[in-house]
Design a protein around this ligand. Structure first.
Ligand SMILES: Cc1cc2nc3c(=O)[nH]c(=O)nc-3n(C[C@H](O)[C@H](O)[C@H](O)COP(=O)(O)OP(=O)(O)OC[C@H]3O[C@@H](n4cnc5c(N)ncnc54)[C@H](O)[C@@H]3O)c2cc1C
Length: 368
């Protein structure tokens, strides 16, 4: 842990702070047990407020897409759980900048500058999350798969009313008595500290908590379009696996075997193809260079392509490196456990079918 607690030079360029933070996180062998140390690295490097540019009414979300992609892929490659936490943090930071009022933005800016990690906790469970009252809101129910239990201080909590219109609340989520980390009995992404958070009888001030207008949360290209960031973090793990495959085959003097070389070639192609998809999506969503519908489609494609690339590369690593890659001390072992779990995002079948329909009408825009 010595190496991970070394302070970062905040005057260095964002790119070198990102690379240094990733290197420190990757070299910390026990981050799976102690994600706090990894979050501390992000905090010390100033990466939690890198995207928050102060303005008269709080802040605006300002992070060039190439830098955002580097941030997510490098940290995701170093530790996919931390990549996931960072992805949720950036998502919340962007949604607050887009939809919150000045007082909320000032509160969030002060919080992230002080090192608070943010999250977006949307996944429902039983009892279902619900809101009643006005002025003072009474929250009930729970959210599951909530990443960052005990690490996230403020979460954006989306919910739907009876008419299925979406709403967003900004809620402090640091009460240990409401956290159920035991709900996350998964083989991977353990350091993401995901689990269930119970909101039963939590009272919040409506003016402070309610972010934006009804329906804002689902506005595109920032709702489905935002999944490019999740794909970017996953991409980092895919690229890390390719690096590990090459390094291990080189070290064992097996790289020159034609079948091993072919595996490396296939792995590089899959990772590169996934990267190009993520780059195209990031640029379209973050710069508005394409219309919102097409930008969302590219983001969906990037998620699906990173999924297939991840599955292909994991199989190539297992076949190419064999049994030893399953050993707990092997550099690929935890990366593959984490990636296999994190690739499981909501309803990939529906996403593919929906995009097949939409993109069938946009082929001239794709094949330029
Ligand atoms: C590491 C990790 C961290 C996460 N952190 C957060 C977080 O912080 N906040 C948050 O809100 N969520 C979080 N999530 C949850 C995430 O948003 C999704 O809810 C979750 O990943 C859904 O996965 P699933 O496999 O259960 O999806 P499912 O949608 O159940 O998909 C499983 C399979 O069923 C198919 N399928 C889905 N619906 C149907 C249907 N009606 N009929 C037939 N087939 C169907 C799918 O195509 C797929 O093949 C996290 C998830 C992971 C893995």
């Amino acid at each position: 842990m010595d190496q991970i607690s070394r302070p970062t030079d905040r005057s260095a360029s964002p790119t070198s702070r990102i690379d240094e933070a990733a290197q420190r996180i990757a070299s910390a062998a026990r981050v799976e047990d102690a994600p706090e140390a990894g979050v501390a690295v992000l905090r010390e490097a100033g990466l939690l407020h890198l995207a928050a540019e102060e303005t008269a009414d709080g802040y605006r979300y300002e992070l060039p897409w190439r830098l955002a992609l580097r941030l997510l892929a490098r940290i995701g490659g170093a530790d996919l759980s931390l990549g996931r936490l960072l992805e949720g943090h950036l998502n919340a930071l962007q949604l607050v900048a887009l939809y919150a009022d000045a007082a909320q933005k000032q509160r969030v800016l002060a919080a992230v500058r002080a090192g608070t990690l943010l999250g977006v906790w949307g996944a429902d469970t039983e009892p279902r999350f619900a809101v009643s009252g006005a002025g003072e809101l009474r929250l009930t129910g729970a959210k599951r798969y909530a990443s960052g239990l005990g690490l996230v201080g403020l979460a954006l909590v989306p919910y739907e009313d009876e008419a299925r219109v979406s709403h967003l609340l900004l809620v402090p989520v640091d009460d240990p008595a409401r956290q159920d980390a035991g709900a996350w009995h998964m083989s991977g992404m353990r350091a993401s500290r995901s689990g269930t958070y119970r909101f039963e009888d939590l009272r919040v001030d409506e003016t402070a908590a309610r972010v934006g207008r009804p329906g804002d949360y689902r506005r595109e290209p920032f709702f489905v379009g935002g999944i490019w960031r999740c794909a970017a973090a996953q991409l980092g793990a895919v690229e890390r696996l390719v690096e590990i495959l090459v390094a291990e085959l080189t070290a064992s003097d097996r790289l020159q075997h034609p079948l091993q070389s072919a595996r490396v070639g296939q792995a590089i192609m899959a990772a590169r193809d996934a990267r190009l998809n993520v780059e195209a999506a990031a640029e379209a969503v973050e710069t508005g260079s394409l219309d919102a519908e097409l930008a969302v489609s590219l983001a969906a494609l990037s998620r699906l392509r990173v999924e297939t690339a991840g599955l292909e590369v994991m199989q190539l690593v297992e076949r190419g490196l064999g049994l030893s890659s399953f050993h707990a001390d092997h550099p690929a072992e935890r990366v593959m456990r984490d990636l296999a779990v994190y690739l499981r995002q909501a309803n990939p079948d529906a996403l593919l079918l929906d995009q097949a329909r939409r993109l069938s009408r946009r082929l001239p825009d794709l094949f330029r």
